[in-house]
Design a protein around this ligand. Structure first.
Ligand code: FES
Length: 157
């Protein structure tokens, strides 16, 4: 990130703080503002938010980690979320996890180099009787098998 980019991020954050107020309760709306514009909140943006709100950077990071809609790393155009809750776990979640990681060449929490797909875990998707379940963007897939993983991925690319 060059100096100009850094300056423009600092300016944006300053604008958001002017809009929402310079206190701790502004942290979430400021984070949402940065996320909306950049699809993630970079390390530099986190430091600047902490500095300008006069709070500890760890506090900023812990809020980002707490909310699943905030991200500290850039995400792909598509997100696959695999249910990691107990029923899907018992129904073969691990096999699906391995198939996804193998086919995409990335681990959960990572994004493919072409920024097409991000792999994440999800909590129960409400389809426990039809697990293992996963969700691609808004679409839910049930009774997923390693073979079905390949078909699902082919449908995204
Ligand atoms: S446990 Fe996976 S959908 Fe409920």
């Amino acid at each position: 990130m060059d100096v100009l980019e850094k300056n423009s991020i600092t300016e944006e954050i300053t604008g958001l703080i002017e809009q929402f107020g310079r206190d701790r309760s502004s942290l979430l709306p400021v984070l949402q503002g940065v996320q909306r514009k950049h699809q993630h909140i970079s390390d530099f943006a986190q430091q600047e938010i902490a500095r300008l709100l006069d709070i500890h950077p760890v506090e900023v990071y812990s809020v980002i980690s707490f909310y699943s809609f905030l991200h500290s790393k850039p995400k792909g155009r598509n997100t696959i979320r695999l249910c990691k809750t107990i029923i899907c776990d018992l129904l073969g979640k691990n096999e699906i996890e391995e198939a996804l990681e193998r086919e995409l060449g990335i681990k959960f929490g990572e994004t493919t180099n072409d920024k097409n797909i991000t792999l994440e875990y999800a909590n129960c998707l409400g389809m426990c009787d039809q697990g293992p379940a996963l969700i691609v963007n808004e679409r839910v897939y049930t009774k997923v098998t390693p073979q079905k993983v390949i078909e699902i991925l082919n449908g995204i690319n």
